[in-house]
Design a protein around this ligand. Sequence first.
Ligand code: PGA
Length: 239
Amino acid sequence: MKLVEAPDYMSMSKQAADYIATRVREEPTMTLGLATGGTPLQTYRYLIQDYENKETSYQHVQTFNLDEYLGLPKDHHNSYYTYMKQNLFDHIHIPPSHTHIPNGMCTDVAQECEMYEKKLDQAGGMDLQILGIGENGHIGFNEPGTSFLSTTHLVKLTESTRKANSRYFSSMSEVPTHAITMGIQSIMKSKEIVLLVSGERKSAAFRRLMNKEVSEEFPASALCQHKNVKIFADHEALG
Ligand code: PGA
């Protein structure tokens, strides 16, 4: 794992976005794995700026999102579909048919998971996966205890994750209890991983990752077994 240190959130986001945009220009037909949450927001803003200034093309890029809440319609203001549209897709001229996000309103969850994993495989797996990390070490919505062999699956969110995400909802009771997420194996199949870590809130998880002790109790530790991981972290996260 290669660590890129930045003094603050803005600078971490700029460095990550510059790197990702460069990779897209090098490989314009790439399959890009995307994450949601607070951390990647500024990286996406810089990617939009880069698109506007340098005309980096997303016409032939395919994207796959890590996860989606179960039970939220696409147009719900808290769905990850809406998040991606508002924070990236609507601004980079990517064909909507090239963007893939699990369907949180599917009637057959097992079938949805199977189809999503199949689509990923048909696309040849991810070339570059953007990841955040949860305070409990989750990646995607793979909570502690998830098998490293997991593929796309249904998860029951832990109370700590629901609480962390409740800041986007008007009350805790509105936070979905379940989600569909790529599994750890799905993530590990990506040729390259870019992990974004920011803020004091993440410093314990970051320290634990850097201990490099691999355990399913700490999902992010799977990344220690991946050959091509870049971690962009700011000073608050570094502790
Ligand atoms: P955050 O979430 O970026 O909103 O902190 C990251 C995660 O939970 O994976």
